[in-house]
Design a protein around this ligand. Structure first.
Ligand code: FBP
Length: 552
């Protein structure tokens, strides 16, 4: 492997553990907390998880380690989208496992949950792990999006576990993967397999958080990476003074990433999907709001600016969601073939006009042709529109241009509107983890092993008090069932971990809302610069603005 100087230096970085885990394995004991109940639908969740429901929250403390001596063979998987720090979860897990007993074994199942089904694995040793310490990416074993949720899959996993003598499985994933971890834990307990299951909270989207989990790992590094790039673009915009940059950032179901980037860079515009949904905003209203900023700035001679758009924005616009539902209906079954056989776009347009309601057709008609065609080109295997592939940054800038043309004709707008488009997503998911993520992830992995050693199952590795220095972090575990409620998914009632959307009465959004009118008109950009790995702690160990504001 060719090593960059930074990679070599990062190998030497020693991640910081919470104070209570620092004295060595022999000095970690357990403090029992309260018994738990699920956040909602208690009776239903309890009935679905009779073996793992209602367990106590636990915290680790300094004290004599009373866990039973037992050889551990642990399997680990990475699940879903990449997030900086995944390698450190595995190295923390490995270090705690080997420090407890050098005969313990850690197996990595490759390519995500499918690795467990296909029994595709590697056994980690020191040399293997050392090559990945403090690095970004999930390439140590790869990841995947196969869902572990059916009885048949669980039976196969049980066979694989038996074959290797697995005592525990660690699932590093987002809300869906950890929901499945809880279901697997219950299955393993109900069938007396002796296999424990522990989850670790991952996702750059930041939407796996709640009163127990303060942040999912990867959010810190990814948002710092995007914010660096956005800050650089702001400075370019402020230098050249000739472009409006429309920047889409990842975060499909929640706008935490967009909000955090806005808090770090103070752009002229940042849309928050959750607000759009609550206010039931239309595409025209959104375009008009952006056009107000462009107009005021343009009339003052500032024909440049920056707008941040969350990836999932269009799904939050009620009229757009309705349009998508109608298109899915319109092309159901044989209609797709009929539509595809039409000779040209005019014929297709007439077919669409004929099939949509008047209201949805009105929305469709204002979309730029490129986006109209995208809606019919990009389909998923079920024939549905792939909303995540819609270039919403281009859609919005085109709608803003239409609005500005009207204002120009009316004589109110006198500026120029040159646009550039960007999408920041993959650029941030595999960055070298910030010191925060390197420390947090290593602690999550180390802590996950302590939960295993003390015999817990169906727990999420929990490290909290994260806005304070690592020394003051609190390590422990929370039953996953505590975070669950019943939701309708694909026409069925399912027990799931509730996804955390941006709270409009939360401190991060309120801070943004109190400042955005000023940012929309003035040039109030801030330039966070690149993540710093070495240097003063106030620069290198900074947490996100979201966490700082949430924790006051
Ligand atoms: P996870 O929820 O699995 O962490 O993934 C989140 C994410 O990074 C989203 O922000 C993005 O929409 C999606 O993954 C992209 O997925 P893919 O890697 O499959 O293109």
């Amino acid at each position: 492997m060719n090593l960059s100087p930074l990679q070599k230096a990062r190998y030497e970085y020693v991640p910081k553990l919470p104070g209570m885990l620092r004295n060595g394995i022999a000095e970690i004991s357990v403090k029992n907390g309260e018994a738990t109940s699920s956040v909602a639908d208690q009776d239903k969740i309890k009935a679905l998880f009779p073996n793992t429901y209602g367990k106590n929250e636990i915290t680790f403390t300094k004290g004599s380690n009373t866990s039973p001596a037992k050889k551990q063979v642990v399997g680990v998987i990475l699940s879903g989208g990449q997030a900086p720090g995944g390698h450190n979860v595995i190295s923390g897990l490995y270090d705690a496992l080997k420090a407890t007993d050098k005969n313990n074994v850690l197996l990595g199942f490759k390519g995500g949950p499918s690795g467990l089904i296909e029994d595709d694995f590697v056994e980690f040793d020191d040399a293997f792990i050392n090559a990945y310490r403090n690095t970004g990416g999930f390439d140590i074993i790869g990841s995947g999006r196969t869902k572990l949720e059916t009885e048949e899959q669980f039976k196969i996993v049980t066979e694989v576990a038996k074959k290797h003598g697995l005592t525990a499985i660690v699932i590093i994933g987002g809300d869906d993967s950890n929901t499945n971890a809880a279901v697997l834990a219950e299955y393993m307990a109900a069938n007396n397999t002796g296999v424990q299951v522990i989850g670790c909270p991952k996702t750059i989207d930041g939407d796996l958080k709640n009163e127990d989990i303060e942040a999912s790992f990867g959010f810190d590094t990814a948002t710092k990476t995007y914010s660096e790039l956005i800050g650089n673009i702001e400075r370019d915009a402020n230098s050249a003074k000739k472009y409006w940059h429309f920047i889409k950032v990842m975060g499909r179901s929640a706008s935490h990433v967009a909000l955090e980037c806005a808090l770090q860079t103070q752009p002229n515009i940042c849309l928050i999907g959750e607000e759009v949904a609550v206010k039931k905003m239309s595409l025209s209203q959104i375009a008009s709001q952006i056009a107000d900023s462009v107009e005021k700035r343009g009339n003052a001679g500032n024909n440049f600016g920056v707008a941040i758009i969350p990836e999932g924005i269009v799904e939050f616009v009620p009229e757009f969601s309705k349009l998508i539902a109608e298109i899915n209906e319109l092309l159901a079954g044989e209609n797709t073939a009929k539509f595809n056989a039409l000779p040209d776009w005019d014929a297709k347009y007439a077919f669409i006009e004929n099939g949509l309601t008047k209201e949805s057709m009105a929305v469709f008609a204002i979309l730029p042709t490129l986006i109209q065609q995208q809606l019919f080109l990009e389909r998923d295997p079920h024939g549905n529109v792939q909303v995540s592939l819609i270039e919403s940054e281009k859609l919005l800038s085109a709608l803003v241009k239409d609005e500005l043309d009207k204002r120009k004709a009316a004589g109110t707008y006198k500026g120029k509107f040159g646009t550039l488009h960007h999408f920041f997503g993959y650029e941030g998911r595999c960055a070298f983890p910030s010191n925060f993520d390197a420390d947090y992830c290593y602690s999550l992995g180390y802590n996950a092993f302590m939960l295993i050693q003390y015999g817990y199952t169906g727990y999420l590795s929990k490290v909290s008090n994260l806005s304070k220095p690592a020394e003051e972090w609190v390590a422990g575990g929370m039953p996953i069932t505590k975070m669950m409620n019943i939701e309708r998914r694909n026409g069925e009632d399912k027990p799931v971990i509730r996804k955390a959307l941006v709270e409009l009465d939360g401190a991060p959004f309120k801070y943004f809302a109190a400042n955005r009118d000023k940012w929309a008109v003035e040039t109030a950009f801030t330039y966070p610069g690149a993540i710093q790995y070495y240097g003063p702690s106030e620069v290198c160990d900074l947490t996100t603005r979201t966490l700082a504001l949430e924790k006051g």
